[in-house]
Design a protein around this ligand. Structure first.
Ligand SMILES: Cc1cc2nc3c(=O)[nH]c(=O)nc-3n(C[C@H](O)[C@H](O)[C@H](O)COP(=O)(O)OP(=O)(O)OC[C@H]3O[C@@H](n4cnc5c(N)ncnc54)[C@H](O)[C@@H]3O)c2cc1C
Length: 281
């Protein structure tokens, strides 16, 4: 059995630290006897998950690991603050994490590129613009993007939440459309009744009302509706949270359509498989 350094007690402590690190990372690298050589941990995707991993490495460095972050963006939004950005409480910079700086803090290499494939035999990540990167341990967290192709018309007529930069550009375009709509209220429909959908609706409501009240947007206040396939909003939250948020939506006049799955979108209309429900469930 080998040891990591000449002091057996320190070597044992080191092994336990590596094993518990590997356990926390949910990888198969839980070895009684880790090899001496440096292992290359490659993180693909610079979002929520890997930001937390890099922060942890910054606070508790692991000398045996060389870390490489592959991200197709220089920075990443902290999505917990996204509704506040939409509502106008924070600027874009305030809700974004600078990945290059975070990598410096974590002692990691930053590679700005997009993963386009994997060679599991050669243990390499293939990149769009650079030679392949070798990995001993690979962690992929490239997030999710709404599947617009599944709903006919969604790609043309709906605005997906991610990627965030497209959302921000889309919101500016939306302001112009609201202003051009005249005296009939513009209707904004959110598809999805989970925490994200409810937060987004409330923050959009706040944003447009503020702009109108401050005279920055000359328009009639828009109307809001949430459509969800579930029998109630915030299905994974407790009764108290659901009650308070349903009240908050009702106070703002937000309509809620339950048990309704959006099957198609045309200009100005979301078509549901089953239009049942309604009211603040
Ligand atoms: C409005 C809203 C509010 C939310 N609020 C919260 C909250 O308060 N708390 C919470 O825990 N969660 C919240 N979430 C959910 C949270 O955003 C996701 O669970 C989380 O972002 C998933 O983390 P991730 O690292 O897997 O992916 P992401 O954070 O989406 O990051 C993935 C990254 O990988 C990059 N990428 C994609 N493909 C490639 C590729 N081929 N090569 C290289 N890079 C690539 C993407 O550009 C992106 O930067 C919210 C979501 C939304 C929409």
């Amino acid at each position: 059995m080998g040891s990591l350094n000449s002091n057996p007690a320190a070597g044992r402590a080191e092994k336990i630290r590596i094993a518990s690190w590997a356990h926390r990372q949910n990888t198969a690298f839980v070895s009684e006897d880790p090899p001496r050589k440096t292992r290359q941990l490659v993180l693909v995707g610079g979002g929520h998950s890997h930001v937390a991993v890099l922060r942890a490495f910054g606070m508790s460095p692991l000398p045996e690991a060389r870390i490489v972050l592959i991200s197709n963006h220089w920075d990443t939004p902290y999505s917990g603050m996204l509704p506040a950005l939409i509502a106008g409480h924070y600027s874009r910079d305030e809700i974004h994490v600078d990945l290059h700086r975070l990598c410096r803090y974590a002692g990691a290499d930053f590679c700005r590129d997009r993963m386009i494939g994997l060679d599991l035999k050669a243990r390499t990540v293939q990149l769009a613009n650079r030679p392949p990167v070798h990995f001993d341990i690979l962690s992929i967290n490239t997030g999710s993007t709404p599947k617009l192709d599944d709903v006919p018309g969604a790609a043309e007529h709906a605005l997906p939440v991610k990627p965030i930069d497209n959302l921000l550009a889309g919101l500016e375009a939306l302001e112009k459309r609201i202003a051009a709509h005249g005296t009939t209220p513009f209707r904004i429909v959110t598809v999805g009744g989970g925490a994200g959908g409810v937060e987004l609706t409330l923050s959009l409501h706040h944003r447009f009302l503020q702009l109108i009240q401050q005279g920055k947007l000359k328009a009639t206040p828009p109307e809001f509706e949430i459509i969800t396939a579930t029998p109630g909003l915030l299905a994974s939250h407790n009764a108290g949270v659901r009650r308070r948020l349903n009240k908050a939506l009702a106070r703002r006049g937000v309509k809620v359509r339950l048990n309704a799955r959006v099957r198609a979108v045309t200009r100005g209309e979301a078509h549901c498989e089953n239009g049942g429900g309604g009211g603040g469930g």
